[in-house]
Ligand binder design. Structure first.
Ligand code: AMP
Ligand code: MG
Length: 418
C-alpha cells in the first residue's frame, strides 16, 4: 500500500467492492450541479471558415440592409408595370429598349412609360422601373421588346432590406452555427463569429496492458480502443480532445497526468475497486470523489468528482462500459459546458421488441439493439468488453431502474447511434 493511503484510511475504496451504488438519477443530478452555468467558458472569435457547429456566444445584429438596393430577381426587362396591362401572347405590347443593366452596374438613365431596360438577375433596378418582366414573357428583337404578359408592381424585384434590415438579429446566443448561418454572417460583412470556447477535454488512457493506436495487439497486450473512441465522442459533443500518451497503472504517473491542464478529464481504466485501480483513491485523496459506483449495467464502476477545479470522470476500461459511461455522464457535462443542449444528441425511434428484454429492478440497463424497419432486436451480449456489440448495433434502449424489462412485442424508444 502506498504510504499516503494510511493517512486517508476511508479514501481507499479498493477491494471492498461497492457498498452502495448511486442511482443514475442522482449521478445525473450531480453532473448538472457541477457544471458551471452557461457561458462560463468564455468567448472566442472564430473565423467563419471554422465556425461550423460552434455555439454562438452573443446575438449577432446586422449593420446593413440586404439587399442594399432594389434588384432584379430574374433575367428579363425592367419596366413600368402599368405598361404591361392587357398584354398577352395574342396582344403583344411593344416597348423601346433603352439599354442593358448588369449586376454591379447601375443603368445610367431613367425608365419611363413606353420604355424598358434589359436586366440580369442581381442587377440594380434602374430608376423609374418598378417591375421585371421575365424573359419568358418577352420577345426581343434587339431594339424593341414585345410584352407577352402582365406583371404587377414590385414583381420579380428584391426590395431594399427585403432579406435583412439593418438592426435585425440574424443569429441568436446559444444556437449552433449551421452552414446557412455562416453564409448569412458573411453576406453581412462579418468574417468571424463570437463562439463559446470549446471545453478542453483531456483523455487519459490508463492500463499496463495497453498498446497505443496504430500498434497490432501482440502477446498479452491489447491495443487501446477507448482513446480514439473518446476523442470522437468529445469532438461530436463540441469539446476539444487532448490526447496524451498511455499512462501505466502507477499512482504517481496517474496523479501527474490528472494535474495537466484541461476543463474536463476523462480517465479510462482503473476506475473500479481492483488492486490496480488507483484512480478513485487518488481522486479521493487529492480532490473530491463525489460518486463512485452507479446502479447501471454496463458501467457500474463509473466515478466522478473534481480535482483542481476540473471535472473528472472515471470511465471503466471495458470499451462498451466506457462508451456508455461517457454517454450518460461525461458527454452531458461536456455538451453543457460548451453551451450545447445537454440531452443526448441521438434521434429516437419507436420500435417493437422482437424478443423480451430482461433487467433487474434497481438498475438501469443500456441494451444494444439491431433495427430492422420498426422492429428492434436485442443483441445477445456477453459482457461489457465486446465492442462489436456496439459496432453491430444501430442503437440502444434504456431499461429504467424501476422495471424488470420489457416483454416481447413491447413498444420501446430506441436511441439511434447515428
Ligand atoms: P479496467 O477498467 O482498467 O479494469 O479494464 C477493464 C477491461 O477493459 C480490461 O480487460 C482491460 O484490458 C480493458 N481495457 C482497459 N482499457 C482499455 C482501452 N483503452 N481499450 C480497450 N480495452 C481496454
Ligand atoms: Mg486496468
Amino acid at each position: 500500500m502506498h504510504a499516503s493511503e494510511f493517512a486517508h484510511p476511508n479514501a481507499d475504496v479498493r477491494m471492498r467492492g461497492f457498498a452502495q451504488r448511486t442511482t443514475v438519477e442522482d449521478a445525473l443530478a450531480w453532473v448538472d450541479s457541477a457544471v458551471p452555468e452557461f457561458g462560463k467558458l468564455g468567448v472566442e472569435d472564430v473565423s467563419l471558415l471554422n465556425a461550423a457547429r460552434r455555439v454562438l456566444a452573443r446575438d449577432v445584429t446586422s449593420r446593413v440592409n440586404v439587399p442594399g438596393f432594389a434588384r432584379a430577381m430574374m433575367d428579363g426587362f425592367a419596366l413600368v408595370a402599368d405598361d404591361t396591362l392587357g398584354a398577352t401572347t395574342y396582344n403583344p405590347l411593344p416597348l423601346e429598349v433603352l439599354g442593358t443593366c448588369l449586376p454591379s452596374q447601375a443603368f445610367q438613365g431613367t425608365v419611363s412609360a413606353g420604355s424598358a431596360v434589359r436586366i440580369m438577375t442581381g442587377a440594380p433596378l434602374p430608376e423609374g422601373a418598378n417591375a421585371v418582366l421575365p424573359i419568358e414573357n418577352a420577345q426581343f428583337d434587339g431594339q424593341r421588346v414585345l410584352v407577352l404578359g402582365e406583371v404587377s408592381p414590385g414583381k420579380h424585384v428584391g426590395q431594399l432590406g427585403e432579406d435583412v434590415r439593418a438592426g435585425d438579429v440574424v443569429a441568436r446566443t446559444g444556437q449552433l452555427l449551421r452552414p446557412q448561418d455562416i453564409g448569412m454572417l458573411s453576406s453581412l460583412g462579418f468574417d468571424r463569429a463570437p463562439a463559446i470556447r470549446r471545453p478542453r477535454v483531456r483523455i487519459l488512457i490508463t492500463g499496463n496492458e495497453l498498446l497505443p493506436m496504430g500498434t497490432s495487439p501482440t502477446g498479452f497486450q491489447i491495443t487501446d480502443a477507448n482513446g480514439p473512441m473518446l476523442a470522437a465522442l468529445v469532438t461530436r459533443d463540441g469539446g476539444e480532445p487532448i490526447m496524451g500518451p498511455i499512462v501505466p497503472d502507477d499512482r504517481d504517473a496517474i496523479l501527474a497526468a490528472l494535474r495537466a491542464d484541461a476543463d474536463v478529464i476523462l480517465v479510462s481504466g482503473g476506475s473500479s475497486v481492483g488492486q490496480e485501480d488507483h484512480v478513485p483513491t487518488l481522486l479521493a485523496e487529492h480532490g473530491e470523489l463525489a460518486i463512485h459506483g452507479i446502479a447501471m449495467r454496463p458501467s457500474s464502476p463509473t466515478g466522478m468528482g473534481r480535482l483542481d477545479g476540473r471535472l473528472v470522470f472515471l470511465l471503466p476500461g471495458n470499451p462498451v462500459s466506457c462508451l456508455c459511461a461517457y454517454d450518460f455522464f461525461a458527454g452531458r457535462a461536456i455538451r453543457a459546458l460548451g453551451g450545447r443542449d445537454r440531452d443526448w444528441p441521438y434521434r429516437r425511434l419507436r420500435a417493437q421488441l422482437t424478443r423480451k428484454l430482461v433487467s433487474v429492478v434497481g438498475r438501469v440497463d443500456y441494451a444494444r439493439m439491431r433495427i430492422d424497419g420498426t422492429t428492434a432486436e436485442p443483441l445477445a451480449i456477453s459482457g461489457a468488453s465486446v465492442l462489436s456489440s456496439v459496432t453491430r448495433a444501430d442503437g440502444f434502449v434504456i431499461v429504467p431502474a424501476d422495471g424488470e424489462g420489457f416483454p416481447e412485442g413491447a413498444e420501446v424508444d430506441v436511441y439511434l447511434y447515428e
